[in-house]
Design a protein around this ligand. Structure first.
Ligand code: MSP
Length: 524
């Protein structure tokens, strides 16, 4: 069986409700997954949850629940969000699942046996809030630690370490020889800059069970549990391993399992993450994989962070965008559209409610919605909903956009792909204005011209459904249904010009994006 295109998101912490940042990353991944499937590539999309660690233990305690009961409740909320977003993930990993824990323990045993781990005493600073050790280098100019770290205490503790620093030069060489490993390029430069200007410390990969027991026990020393990042990063390979993936080194397959070869995933083709966890993914993870003797993922796609109204979203200021509330009010595709159209993958973005409404109204209601509605309504009114003889006046415009969109999608340039698609919408709306079918309809001598115009418009609507499928699946399906077409517009080859046959009867036109009154009008 051939290897699938395997893409992942970061796995979310469960110590708070899902928010815009979590939803954004899933939409990015889902658009890419759908685009690959649409091109006929077998695809496996993994997302899930990072459930261990001190913060979860504390959050559970604060609610008087066991950590597992707390995680189960949060997992329902996060899985619910993925479903509401229309995510087509093939699996949902939870780091508390036995299938994950078992593989992590095997990786630990294997690394320990091979001498990649050692035990040592650490004496220094520790931030309980961030569950991390700090050094003097982390102090600010005035000698204090950033309040982000909460209370920082001195600590003496024995732990297990992974030999990270032995591989520093190898990683620098790897990043230099594989310029596409981290995208966008400025993020790759950031990693290289960090590696060239700092000496890597070995990575502490445990916490004493006496201090933290909500974690995976070390198979060779039950007095310790695995540090969250070691646990979490391995989800990307534990799920393939648990399914018998032949791409995972056999030492990590669950005991007694022999590869069936039926699901070939590893190495991952794409890890999608936010900028704050770049170091974990582009430094720790590749080195860990190298030590494990496993091939490296092909690419790490790093997106920026959303702010709300120019400020960091935070529970304390109450300016958190709740994706579910937006979806309830505006529909899932309006949410998917806004986040992808507004923010290119790379820089930070800013959510404003006014910006959201403006895009909804200009691009969805007046742009796409109006085009489809008036094209199909005119076809219904003037030709009884029957597709006329094919004509290809707009074919060159459509073909240009189809090819641009496919190139852009191949390079994960999602925002630019939407812009390309919208250039076809704008072109078709202008075509309506220039050809004025409502005038042609009044003149019997123009009947043939009206046929041509109506065909071009209906065919552009059909092609738009195919192009929009990865981004706005619900809308794309509605356009197909209104065109009276069976099945889904989920295959890129369907976008070839001329798919609508003369004599085909369309369905019933209905507005795709109902116009909403602005808050000022609502108050009147
Ligand atoms: N559990 C770790 C990831 C482990 S991956 C092996 C974690 N979880 S998180 O819940 O804090 O973040 C999950 C993802 O959401 C990360 O990629 C993070 O960058 C992203 N976002 C969290 N807040 C965000 C915004 N405000 N904007 C965009 N994405 C953000 O980190």
């Amino acid at each position: 069986m051939s290897k699938r295109f395997y893409l992942t998101t970061a796995i979310d912490y469960v110590n708070g409700k899902p928010h815009l940042g979590h939803a954004y990353e899933k939409v990015v991944a889902d658009v890419i997954a759908r685009a690959h499937r649409s091109l006929g590539q077998e695809t496996f999309f993994l997302t899930g949850l990072d459930e261990h660690g001190q913060k979860v233990q504390q959050a559970a305690l604060a609610e008087g629940k066991t950590p597992q009961a707390y995680c189960d409740e949060m997992a329902a909320a996060f899985e619910g969000l993925a479903a509401r977003l229309g995510c087509t993930n093939n699996d949902f990993v939870r780091t508390t699942q036995p299938r994950h824990k078992q593989v992590v323990q095997q990786i630990l045993s294997e690394l320990y046996t091979q001498g990649h781990l050692y035990k040592a005493i650490y004496e220094g600073f520790y931030s309980a809030k961030e569950e991390t050790f700090l050094t003097d280098k982390d102090r600010r100019a005035d000698g204090t630690f950033d309040p982000f770290y909460g209370e920082v205490v001195r600590l003496q503790e024995e732990n297990y370490y992974f030999k990270l620093k032995d591989h520093q030069q190898w990683l620098i060489d790897y990043l230099e020889q594989n310029p596409s490993f981290v995208y966008p390029e400025f993020r790759r430069n950031e990693v290289l800059g960090f590696l060239k200007n700092n000496i890597l410390e070995d990575l502490c990969i445990t916490r004493p069970a006496a201090r933290l027991n909500w974690g995976i026990p070390l198979p060779f020393d039950p007095d310790y549990v695995t540090y969250v990042w070691f646990d979490a990063l391995n989800n990307y390979i534990s799920i393939p391993a648990a399914q018998g993936d032949p791409g995972v080194p056999p030492a990590f397959a669950p005991k007694g399992m022999t590869s069936t070869g039926s699901l070939s995933l590893w190495p991952a083709d794409l890890h999608i993450i936010g900028k704050d966890i770049l170091k974990f993914h582009s430094v720790y993870w590749p080195i860990l994989l190298k030590a494990m003797g496993a091939p490296l993922p092909k690419k790490i796609l790093v997106h920026g962070w959303w702010q709300k109204d120019g400020q960091k979203m935070s529970k304390s200021t109450g300016n958190v965008v709740d994706p579910l509330a937006v979806i309830d009010e505006w529909g899932v595709d309006a949410f998917r559209f806004y986040v992808i159209r507004e923010l290119d993958i790379g820089p930070d973005g800013n959510w404003t409610d006014a910006g959201f409404r403006a895009r909804y109204s200009a691009e969805l209601a007046n742009g796409l919605g109006n085009l489809v509605n008036r094209s199909l309504s005119m076809l219904k009114r003037y030709r009884n909903g029957i597709i006329p003889r094919p004509s290809n006046e707009l074919a060159p415009d459509a073909e240009r956009v189809i090819s641009e969109t496919s190139d852009l999608l191949e390079n994960n340039r999602l925002q630019a792909a939407l812009q390309a698609i919208w250039s076809l919408i704008t072109r078709a709306n202008q075509y309506v204005d220039h050809t004025a079918p409502f005038k042609l309809a009044k003149d019997q001598a123009q009947a043939e011209r009206l046929d041509e115009v109506l065909y071009n418009l209906a065919e552009v609507c059909r092609i738009l459904a195919v192009l929009l499928w990865p981004f706005l699946p619900e809308t794309a399906s509605k356009i197909y249904a209104q065109l009276g077409l069976a099945g889904l517009p989920d295959k890129a080859h369907l976008s070839r010009w001329g798919g609508l046959a003369a004599g085909h009867a369309i369905g019933t036109p209905a507005p795709l994006f109902p116009r909403k009154e602005s808050p000022a009008e609502e108050r009147k």
